[in-house]
Design a protein around this ligand. Sequence first.
Ligand code: SAM
Ligand code: SF4
Length: 326
Amino acid sequence: MHDQFGRKIDYLRLSVTDRCNLRCRYCMPEEGVVGLSHDDVLRYEELLRVAAASCRLGIRKIRVTGGEPLVRRGIVGFIGQLANLPEKPEITLTTNGIRLAEYAPGLKAAGLSRVNISLDTLKAERFKSLTRREGLEQVLAGITAVEKAGMLPIKINVVPLRNVNADEIADFARLTLEHPWEVRFIEYMPISADLDFAAEDGLPMAEVEASLGAFGALEPLPRAEAAGPARRYRLPGAIGQIGLIPSTSGHFCPECNRLRVMADGRVRGCLFDDHEIDLKQVLRGGGDDQALEALLLAAACGKPEKQQLKNSGKNAPRRRMHGIGG
Ligand code: SAM
Ligand code: SF4
């Protein structure tokens, strides 16, 4: 499947819920979050039908996301069904790690390939203030469990924010000296107005890169197949890697290979573009698989050439990141 600018679309981000057991201050407000109703959320059979149609169109990697995907009951079985689709897509997961220790062995057995774990601080008190919940110990236990289960390489996602966790960039980077992990710094994206941070609170990747200079010269690594937008480096003597993801300052739109399907069955071609197509009209209106594929193709064709931070489509719900899936 290609879009109108010739980009090959082979990566689907599939959000299975907009709910979460944390309240990260850069993602969700403290109060007033109205979740999707039970009826609005696609059933697993419906999500599987979307995934199957996507794979027939050429999707080869599916990242399960949320909200927090591990809070949805039945998630391990669903991941097993995704992994067993005829095209055998690669299945990956993005999670806050809170329930990973419990789920890691089952996820591995179900066919999950790899896990990205979001963790923005290594300090328990700060974790509590940034996520508005307890849980650092659980996340760290989750990372150990993923390692033990052999779902490698582990990627740790960090969103550096000024006056919040920017002073921990070196601590996170240092993890790669002793662990074969990829620590990925992701630029803060100011996509909703009701959060605690403004655009200026996010650290541009150029600043992160400059601060890593204290470790010595960074060794640039070749772009891995399907590495996505991360520029990858190795610190001198490290066994792990550093990824820098300039979500807003970077210009990786020409290489964008993604579609995003959200828990309510709407599909969007770009994280920053509110234009969406509702797959429920087919899923719940008796439409056949061809009709479903046609809508997915239309979403791919409608991908904008470049990100435009405030481009709001008609009739689109305004979403925060927990509703899109990152
Ligand atoms: N709950 C899971 C987690 O946190 O990994 C999956 C969903 S979360 C929305 C996916 C990713 O989006 C996380 O790595 C999170 O740090 C990132 N994210 C959320 N809000 C963001 C923002 N405003 N800017 C940049 N990244 C953000
Ligand atoms: Fe939840 Fe992930 Fe958003 Fe944090 S970033 S509130 S863990 S969805």
